[in-house]
Design a binder for this molecule. Sequence first.
Ligand code: 1VU
Ligand SMILES: O=CC(=O)O
Ligand code: MG
Length: 356
Amino acid sequence: MRSPKDFFAPLALGAPAPVREIPVTPSRMIHFFDPGNEKMAAKVPDLAKKVDVLLGNLEDAVRADRKEAARAGLVAIAKANDFGKTQLWTRVNSLDSPWVLDDLITLVTEIGDKLDVIMVPKVEGAQDIHYVDRLLAQLEARAGLTKPLLVHAILETASGVANVEEIAGASPRMQGISLGPADLAASRRMKTTRVGGGHPGYLVRTDPVGDDLTAGRTTYQQDLWHYTVARMVDACAMHGILPYYGPFGDIRDVVACEDQFRNAFLLGCVGAWSLHPVQIGIAKKVFSPSPSDVAWARRVIAEMGDGTGAVMIDGKMQDDASVKQCRVVAELADALAADDPELAAAYDAATKEALG
Ligand SMILES: CCC(=O)SCCNC(=O)CCNC(=O)[C@H](O)C(C)(C)COP(=O)(O)OP(=O)(O)OC[C@H]1O[C@@H](n2cnc3c(N)ncnc32)[C@H](O)[C@@H]1OP(=O)(O)O
Ligand SMILES: O=CC(=O)O
Ligand SMILES: [Mg+2]
């Protein structure tokens, strides 16, 4: 392990200095596309106006015989477009694959100045991040980059979950972590066959009434991902990086997708992956606080004055801790509204009504 004194030192001569704070820019949806798929690639310039993050995916969901095409496609797209404030990320192949070395060398060399974040799949522990960290520093130095690339880990192996705290703190490049429920389920030998979401068999049942064990017993489906998301959120918060829910594979079930995203939002995640254009609006809605929550948060902040003491608002006690929660919501709303006049107007209208 590196000495804390060296934590922010560049890992190669000529590499840019690591960032001291992870930039907190909107990343409500990380929109996945296959850069080697012409139909998807054609939609990218238009999608860039609707999403916070565009991610050129090179890993799973790209066929083995299309890996080079995907990599070349991403290089071409990045060179041909200026996405403005929309971030451009990539997901490279896993560190044990035959493609990842060329992914990293090509992307950093060719479009390192256009990429914001490199998502690394199947991270097992800090050693994986250390490997990528040093290699990126060497490549950045060779490419003459002035801004360091950030790294995002997918939490999708049992050992990754066991080591999530050390992964989150492994490098100043660590931007965030996403839950990868599909690979994680396989790694844990869970008996699900889905990409995220719940399962009707994972439930609790109310107690029996009398001797009849079958009648009148309501069941409640439980969240398979609660434990992992909560652990991931704590690890990220501890290290000042950002947590995300990953994929929801039932594209048709927009209702359950919204529920899964909202569970993650309420637990502290800042965004989720959109795999299909239909999921973009869902993520935008869920990961932007609602106007009524923002109005309430602003009202509590206003009525709490310097933020200490206790007051009663609409029958509810507010004190230092509740005003801190309200600041989280209000600050997120301000950051999102700064680039979105429609959202800003909705927040201001609701606040006006709440404050009278
Ligand atoms: C499970 C663990 C993981 O690793 S999840 C992350 C990896 N998976 C992915 O990245 C999947 C990305 N999404 C997809 O490949 C497609 O959306 C899938 C799910 C296959 C559905 O595609 P398809 O059957 O074409 O859907 P559709 O007919 O409803 O599409 C309508 C038009 O939209 C396009 N489209 C689809 N998905 C995207 C996307 N992610 N980004 C941009 N465009 C997309 C389709 O190409 C289709 O275009 P057109 O109308 O035919 O011109
Ligand atoms: O890569 C994501 C997953 O769920 O696996
Ligand atoms: Mg995966």
